[in-house]
Design a protein around this ligand. Sequence first.
Ligand code: CTP
Ligand code: CA
Length: 223
Amino acid sequence: IEAALADGPLRGRRVLVTSGPTHEPIDPVRYIANRSSGAQGAAIAGALAALGAEVVFVTGPATVPPPEGVAVVRVETAQEMLVAVQGALPADAAIFAAAVADWRVAGPSDRKIKKRAGGAPALEFAENPDILATVSAMDEGRPALVIGFAAETCDVLGNATAKRARKGCDWILANDVSAGTGIMGGTENAVTLVTADGVEDWPRMGKREVARKLADRIAQALA
Ligand code: CTP
Ligand code: CA
């Protein structure tokens, strides 16, 4: 509440942030998911609220708790996240920090799958909706600023630039999440901001500092 009342450059602005992994059920006791602590998304939502924004925080089951002063909408699956995002619009800016599972299990079982002598079950997958691409492509009510992430393990800049074009978002924050960088699940991040104006490498810094720097940039862009 305090943060929501804060005076700041984003006062009167409504911002949407997605965060965390999604869980896609296999059966009532099992799921597939992406690795994500939700730390970067939570930090971004907190930094935006601290600048006075009204923040809707749509989060999958993250390990890091949501920040104070934001409206939290909890979801499990990618399909639920899309519905929650659409319900939270309109917004002046939308930041898609969630690590959405690209595929869900087609026809999850409503009973626990039991071990059998016949061997392991074969799972069939269906593609999940691309939430960032869906919002970027909106004809009516598209947020003025749509920002995505690109977590890559090779050719980070090439993949991020292509991703920005393919998804139709305004900015991409690209990062190298290769094993050994310590970024997945860690407290630091090293990002490259890709916009229509070019490419900017930010030095490695804490995820909260990345969040503050991004929030400042968003405030400038919306001013
Ligand atoms: N994203 C999304 N909905 C999805 C998949 C991704 O909104 N179903 C968003 C993420 O939150 C992130 C951006 O899209 O902001 C890029 O996600 P990423 O997984 O890097 O891109 P993909 O297009 O899924 O490509 P790939 O995983 O094959 O690299
Ligand atoms: Ca993906």
